[in-house]
Write a protein that binds this ligand. Sequence first.
Ligand SMILES: Nc1ncnc2c1ncn2[C@@H]1O[C@H](COP(=O)(O)OP(=O)(O)OP(=O)(O)O)[C@@H](O)[C@H]1O
Ligand SMILES: [Mg+2]
Length: 325
Amino acid sequence: MSEFTEALAKSKTRYIFFGGKGGVGKTVIASAAALYTASCGEKTLLSSTNPVHSLSSCFGQKFMGKGETRVEGTDNLYALEIETSATVERYRENTRGKILDFLKYADIPVDPTPFVDAATTNPAFEESAMFDNVMDVMLQNKYDCYVFDTAPVAHTYRLLGMSRMYDMWLSKMIKSREEAVSLKKSLSFKKEKKEVDDPMVQGLIESRRRTEEIRKLLTNPELTSFYFVTLPLALPISVVERFIYWVREFQIPVGGVIVNQVMPPTDSKSSFIVNKQEEQKHYLELIDRKFKDLVVAKIPMFEGEIRGVQMLKMVLDRDAALDFC
Ligand SMILES: Nc1ncnc2c1ncn2[C@@H]1O[C@H](COP(=O)(O)OP(=O)(O)OP(=O)(O)O)[C@@H](O)[C@H]1O
Ligand SMILES: [Mg+2]
């Protein structure tokens, strides 16, 4: 058992995230980790927050458009590819409703279209919608363990940043809504018979409560771990370095660094292989220097592409045998 599988087995961590540069093996390793927690008896949901999904292709099974689907060949593992376009559309309608209500209750007689457009066409709108969906998944409490296969760094950074932005936006909305209601009351000649709860403020307060709950889960080291996947190469290493800094800024607990596609030892005299191994040796030393105790697993480079439950199960088995790194 490796340090990584030991951590997966022992920890009560319920939300496990995998991030890193594009193409480093996030989907493969998140899938292998989810298979592992499921095999330990934990009912696990493996969910992708990457708009370009690849869980279906990684398992060779179709998950897209099917909601939470049991992974064939396993007992406890379910997969979910969140449908970005449907999520974004639903979120757009919801935001539109909130803005229309806001203008209506505040008695502001203006054309709502520019406000709706401004709110729903901003560059981070897709991430906001995804974040909302991740919150739904995290709060559903149907599984023992949630594993998230995330999109490449920039997208995930904005996604995580949403937990802060969202909270700030909601607080501002609640404040201006309360000010509008109080202004309306003081300008009104009619005496309200009875104070009624403002449904819009109630809705916003509920959304803020949800965001706050998510932030508590995401920042609790007993419940959340963020793992970083890298290759023994310069670019993915520097991406992980920056990424660790951001995640810590968000107070999200760091689980560790996983080095993927490490070349196993060989007797080959091919200059291509010898040079490649020299290069990897250099970057493995750099990884050890930069991340010191954070490295929890080194996964070998497989002979071919990793697809299907059987091959995915081997990813962490082989990690256990990797004493050579
Ligand atoms: N240890 C490995 N040995 C051999 N091939 C691997 C290994 N890890 C991953 N791969 C292969 O590398 C490719 C990229 O892996 P994967 O899709 O998991 O990366 P990713 O980080 O999720 O990519 P993206 O950023 O596009 O989501 C896949 O074809 C996968 O099978
Ligand atoms: Mg992927």
